[in-house]
Design a binder for this molecule. Structure first.
Ligand SMILES: *Cc1c(COP(=O)(O)O)cnc(C)c1O
Length: 440
């Protein structure tokens, strides 16, 4: 055995090092042991000095027990599905923290008896939409639609306009989702035009309900016609409306986006929506509507398979009761405010000799919502070639490449993250500069 090999510290000695013992509490024994074994192997091969094993292990350990990274979303897409949709508010994060341990999610502390699960979140939702007689929450909007089809239609007919045969993303299509419940989808009208008369002709003994799906991720222009909820409500069958984005009340910046309150007031029996789009909360599916229909959904056996966990309930309640969540803040931030921030950041970088400038850009709602809305915004432009390094840096920063520049749109970056954004851009600049010096 060579001298080096003999001096490689033993596993128990490395694991006993205070910082490594601490890492085991954070990351788990198996992860840390595997890293220690890998570094010992390198030491035996002579690539790591025996007295550096501990420091190399510490440098090689992951930061946390999840492989998910917190990302700075500089894409300008407010609800970015690939980046986890709505970022939660501070209040919602704190609420999740409270709920992580044992909590009274289904327990009445005063009486010691079982209590209605998630009553705080449900009460907050009911208060936010007084037009709903009753509310229920499931895992996501897709689950809300599936539960509705199973509980209200069984194998009967759901009437759906051909103009509302929507693919929501990743190959998932609403008619197929509904079909998987066993219900039959009866197609009404045509792609561009569906009239009240079309619905009336399609009505029959087998009709369970009419479904109206908000075509949230595309717009149809030209020779078009569709039927309003108010008109559908005159046909004498339940009208279920999937509004998509979870706007609870009308919003002046989103004039074409349907909201739960107006839809119910127009006569919808039931409204379904996502919790993690424009509502700005955790992933969940909202069901709002008439008391007897919501009770049928709640009592259906499948409801149990679609129920949300305590963390979701905590975050939803805090989103509804707490301060405006980041999605709302981003939506409502004034263009001038963004310009001032962009100018300040770009000047800081330019003064340091970094290739960055202020750019005008447009933000989008995203998450398959409000496809016709463009929000004027401001950001900083850096070389397009930096996009990959920004994404793989720490923290990762995701921008958008446009006309040879990587644009970092400030509308979706919390002002608290400006310093991290600057640091990320600086790091790429210095790494590249360092490499150039090295190779020249
Ligand atoms: C996003 C969306 C869905 C899917 O919602 P999830 O919460 O992701 O399941 C369904 N319908 C419409 C109209 C949507 O916009």
């Amino acid at each position: 055995m060579s001298d080096t090999r003999r001096h490689v510290p033993r596993t128990d000695a490395v694991l006993a090092h205070p910082q490594i013992a601490h890492a085991m509490c954070v990351l788990g024994r198996a992860t840390v042991k595997a890293t220690v074994a890998a570094v010992q192997e390198q030491a035996r091969a002579g690539r790591v000095a025996p007295d550096e094993v501990v420091s190399v292990v510490l440098a090689s350990l992951p930061e946390r027990a999840t492989t998910l990274s917190p990302v700075v979303n500089a894409t300008g897409v407010l609800v970015h599905t690939n980046l986890g949709r709505a970022p939660l508010s501070r209040a919602a994060r704190d609420a999740i923290d409270v709920a992580t341990g044992s909590t009274d999610v289904e327990f009445d502390l005063a009486t010691g008896a079982r209590a209605r699960r998630g009553r705080g979140a449900l009460a907050a939702l009911a208060e936010a939409v007084p037009d709903a007689e009753a509310v229920h929450v499931v895992n996501n909007n897709a689950a809300a639609l599936l539960l509705t089809a199973m509980a209200l239609a069984g194998d009967a007919d759901i009437l759906l306009s051909r103009g509302e045969f929507v693919e929501i993303g990743d190959g998932f299509r609403i008619p197929e989702l509904l079909g998987a419940s066993g219900a039959r989808i009866r197609e009404v009208g045509t792609t561009n035009r569906t009239t009240l008369e079309d619905y009336r002709r399609a009505l029959g003994e087998r009709t369970a309900f009419i479904l109206k799906v908000h075509p949230s991720n595309f717009v149809v222009r030209g020779f078009t016609a569709s039927v309003s909820v108010a008109e559908l409500a005159t046909l004498g069958v339940p009208v279920v409306v999937d509004i998509g984005s979870g706007l609870l009340r009308p919003h002046p910046l989103l004039p074409n986006e349907p909201d739960a309150a107006s839809t119910l007031r127009a006569g919808a029996t039931l409204v379904t929506a996502s919790g993690d789009k424009l509502l700005g909360g955790p992933q969940c599916g909202l069901l709002l509507g008439s008391a007897d229909v919501v009770e049928r959904l709640r009592r259906h056996p499948v409801a149990r398979a679609l129920r949300v966990d305590k963390l979701t309930l905590a975050a939803l309640e805090a989103t509804l009761r707490g301060p405006a969540p980041p999605v709302t803040v981003a939506l409502e931030t004034k263009e001038d405010e963004l310009r001032v921030r962009a100018e300040r950041l770009a000047k800081t970088l330019a003064d340091e000799g970094i290739d960055a400038e202020v750019v005008r850009c447009h933000s989008a709602i995203g998450g398959g919502g409000a496809p016709d809305v463009e929000l004027p915004s401001w950001g900083i432009g850096v070389p397009a070639a930096w996009a990959r390094e920004l994404r793989t840096g720490s923290p990762p920063v995701v921008g958008r490449v446009r006309r040879g520049r990587c644009v970092l749109d400030l509308r979706t970056v919390a002002p608290d993250d400006d310093a991290r954004l600057l640091a990320a851009v600086r790091a790429v600049h210095h790494r590249r500069k360092g490499e150039r010096t090295w190779t020249s």
